[in-house]
Design a binder for this molecule. Structure first.
Ligand SMILES: *Cc1c(COP(=O)(O)O)cnc(C)c1O
Length: 444
């Protein structure tokens, strides 16, 4: 028998699955990494017509929008680069967009550095061949700081904020390096989660000055309210940051980078930009400013308006039925036909990141026009009322996030719109698209 039926040969089926889910396991790295790489569906696995399209052209466009907004000028023959560096924030699998492909695209587009939250996220990027500086912002290296060894081996730059971490880094450096190890120090100026706080700053600064094995290359902080219309809490944080900067300077330490700005601050507040900004959500084409309360800084609003969404999530109509008046749809019978209706079923549900809170409230796009979700979003399937979508047919594309042009018009469903309906922020909308949905990378 030449053609193989995987069900007849369990081993073979397993092999095939392993290979197709993990198309390029890093040969040397995979034995050493104690962190398993999360398995994500790859385009080759896609049988179901549900997918996320990642538009890498839009990603590059958004990088340029941010660079322009912060006054970054790239180096050119005879001219050095000027203005703040833009660092791409790629934590959480690049906000659900696929970290390696996003990193590769940004690297080629000339981004100066990348930031991740976790050590394992940094390792994933190194395994993908990314050579840019990568800052591990989360500052968690395990209860005994063992992860710092891996940070060093992978050439990542750690963020530290307490004395034992500095000691540990110095000790590792003595054991295995000839040059001081670069690191960033995080100062808590008002987020209240991580970072050295005012009262402990002097002692930590003294320790750093007295530890020649480590080199402070960046002083950083994180802003709590930069996306809100009132800038005062942000200015208060920046004042505390300036005090920390001055306390360092009094000891003769001037790190290469000061960085505090996230997307919102980078676009809106020039005094937050320093030598580098850490852009996350704006890179992915989502405005950091909620559209419901217009942000007061005009320049920031217009930069945000130029951003183009990078992720688009789509599925297809796989079933169509005529429902008579009074009949119900879905779990709990929460939707009931008011007159004769046409119902389309699409194979996407809350396990894919389509929020169950969109039940009977959200809409999707079919043939370029909005159609309401009918009944509850279930784990794998969602029903849509397409009675008003003339010509809706089996196989029609259904867009749940992003834009669609069709015979009936053009429209888009933004992460901001979904966030408003389900009561969250657009960051959670994009990171919530689950790994069951394969990412297809588009190079326009
Ligand atoms: C996530 C994160 C950012 C990026 O924030 P956006 O609002 O998505 O631009 C910047 N800095 C730190 C420390 C972060 O954790």
């Amino acid at each position: 028998m030449s053609h193989s039926n995987p069900f007849e040969s369990p081993e073979r089926a397993f092999e095939t699955t392993q290979r197709s889910l993990d198309p390029s396991p890093p040969a040397e790295a995979s034995e050493e990494l104690r962190v398993h790489r999360p398995r994500r569906a790859a385009p080759a696995d896609a049988v179901r017509p549900t997918r996320a399209e990642i538009n890498l052209g839009n990603l590059r466009h958004n990088l340029r929008v941010i660079e322009r907004a912060v006054g970054r000028v790239a180096a050119a023959p005879g001219r050095a680069a000027a203005g703040p560096e833009v660092w791409g924030v790629l934590k959480a699998d690049a906000y659900g967009h696929g970290a390696s492909a996003v990193a590769r695209t940004l690297e080629r587009a000339g981004v100066s550095g990348l930031c991740v939250a976790l050590l394992e996220e940094g390792l994933e990027l190194r395994a993908a061949g990314i050579t840019l500086p990568i800052v591990v912002m989360g500052g968690y290296y395990g209860p005994q700081q063992r992860g710092l060894e891996e940070v060093l081996e992978a050439g990542l730059v750690p963020v530290l904020y307490h004395r034992e971490q500095v000691e540990r880094l110095a000790q590792l450096t003595r054991d295995r390096r000839e040059r001081p190890t670069p690191f960033h120090l995080k100062v808590d100026t008002g987020m209240g989660r991580l970072g050295v706080r005012g009262a402990d700053l002097d002692a930590l600064f003294d320790q750093i000055v007295a530890t020649p094995e480590v080199e402070l290359v960046g002083l950083m902080s994180h802003l709590a309210c930069a996306d809100a219309p009132d800038p005062e809490p942000t200015f208060a944080q920046l004042r505390l940051f300036e005090q920390a900067k001055a306390a360092l300077a009094r000891r003769g330490v001037v790190p290469r980078f000061y960085h505090v700005a996230n997307s919102a601050a980078a676009l809106a507040l020039p005094t937050s930009r320093y030598g580098a900004v850490r852009a996350g959500i704006a890179l992915y084409g989502v405005s950091p400013f909620a559209s419901r309360e217009p942000y007061p800084v005009e320049a920031a609003r217009s930069a945000a308006a130029e951003l183009r969404p990078v992720m688009r999530v789509q599925s297809e109509i796989v079933a169509l039925r005529e429902i008579p008046n009074g009949e119900a749809i879905g779990y709990g019978h929460t939707w009931r036909a008011n007159g004769a209706r046409t119902i389309a079923t699409m194979p996407i549900g809350y396990a894919d990141g389509l929020w169950r809170a969109l039940s009977n409230r959200g809409s999707v796009l079919v043939r370029g026009k909005r159609a309401p979700i009918a009944g509850v979003v279930s784990m794998d399937l969602t029903a849509v009322d397409v009675t008003d979508i003339a010509g809706a047919s089996l196989g029609d594309e259904v867009v749940v996030l992003g834009a669609q042009d069709g015979p009936l018009g053009s429209d888009q469903i933004t992460a901001d719109e979904i966030a408003a309906i389900v009561g969250t922020i657009p960051w959670e909308i994009v990171t919530n698209i689950s790994r069951r949905v394969p990412r297809f990378f588009r190079e326009p």
